[in-house]
Design a protein around this ligand. Structure first.
Ligand SMILES: Nc1nc2c(ncn2[C@@H]2O[C@H](COP(=O)(O)OP(=O)(O)OP(=O)(O)O)[C@@H](O)[C@H]2O)c(=O)[nH]1
Ligand SMILES: [Mg+2]
Ligand SMILES: [Zn+2]
Length: 292
């Protein structure tokens, strides 16, 4: 049986590319639907190739190293969390994406694009995320500032770009790979992107493997995420968390919480702690109502 990777999927048809770069349009066997498995871009599959005008079939999906529902992708090793001055950044989205990456052993990278418009946001994000250990790059797809650093950081990875519509994901990927993609202006009226990219696609060019994804603004926490697990995905809290009076401490309402104190003294980013509490409350609510 032939082997390849899904590089695109739409309307029940999947484009699969094999090791020598040949592409096939395939359908997925019914058994996947019965087993409640959706083939994802990034999946490694075994397939029976196209015969004549007939589409071939995806027969098996090989075990996934990583898997995400939003964006729905498989086997990525790096997540580029993209933000920009315009549209206005949503840091809770950034923190949710970080949570997802840490939970799946995917290497996160934060890029602040459009620094040609103004440099302040990139500086603020670098400070706020400093203690997380996550690399933050200041970039401009327009002037090419910082693009060499991004290219270097992506070497050897299967990289997925994610973030709000209009931050410049497709523009960055075009600049990196030279492959032409559709990009869209920010709506001046609502100051938001226009959801230009409609489908996830995997692009392999010039030694890079990169997934472009449609922008989104809402991201649910993973169903199976236990509220207590969230704090384990905050490396910026760990230097203080062992000094909390309670162990374990959720750093929410507990007295003598060292993380709370560190944030009030400016040692931990206060915004990170406030958003953590918001996510914790969302997860607790979800957990309480999970059998409703
Ligand atoms: N000034 C400036 N504008 C940029 C930069 N990068 C992208 N843009 C513009 O931002 C707009 C949105 O870019 P896209 O690449 O379509 O954004 P996207 O993140 O792919 O958006 P969706 O596909 O809707 O999720 C376009 O008008 C780009 O030209 C940049 O570095 N500086
Ligand atoms: Mg796009
Ligand atoms: Zn605490």
């Amino acid at each position: 049986m032939a082997k390849g990777r899904i590089i695109e999927g739409r309307g029940g048809l999947y484009t699969v590319r094999d090791a020598v770069g040949q592409s096939y349009i395939l359908r997925a066997k019914n058994k996947f639907r019965r087993e409640n498995i959706t083939p994802l871009v990034g999946d490694l599959v075994e397939f029976i190739p196209t015969r004549g005008a007939e589409h071939g079939w995806i027969e098996e999906i090989l075990p996934r190293n990583s898997y995400s529902i939003r964006p729905p992708v498989a086997n990525i090793t790096q997540l580029v969390i993209t933000l920009a001055t315009e549209p206005a950044p949503d840091l809770i989205l950034v923190d949710k994406l970080l949570l997802f990456a840490f939970g799946q052993q995917i290497v996160p990278l934060i890029v602040v694009n459009k620094v040609d418009l103004e440099p302040r946001l990139a500086r603020e994000i670098k400070i706020a995320y400093d203690l997380t250990g996550v690399e933050v790059l200041a970039l401009s797809a327009k002037t090419s500032e910082g693009m060499d650093d991004l290219q270097a950081a992506m070497a050897g990875h299967i990289t997925c770009f994610a973030g709000q519509s209009g931050v410049g994901k497709s523009t960055l990927i075009m600049a990196l790979t030279g492959v032409s993609l559709e990009t869209g202006e920010i709506s001046q009226k609502i100051r938001r992107g226009k959801q230009t990219t409609r489908h996830i696609s995997l692009i392999e060019q010039g030694g890079l493997k990169v997934l472009d994804t449609p922008g989104f603004s809402l991201l649910d926490l993973p169903e199976e995420l236990e509220p207590e697990e969230i704090r384990l995905c905050y490396p910026d809290f760990t230097p203080y968390s062992h000094q909390c009076r309670f162990a374990p401490c959720l750093h929410d309402q507990e007295p003598d919480c060292a993380v709370d104190e560190a944030a009030r003294n400016g040692l931990i980013d206060l915004g990170r702690l406030e958003r953590y509490r918001e996510l914790l409350n969302q997860a607790q609510e979800k957990w309480r109502t999970r059998y409703d």
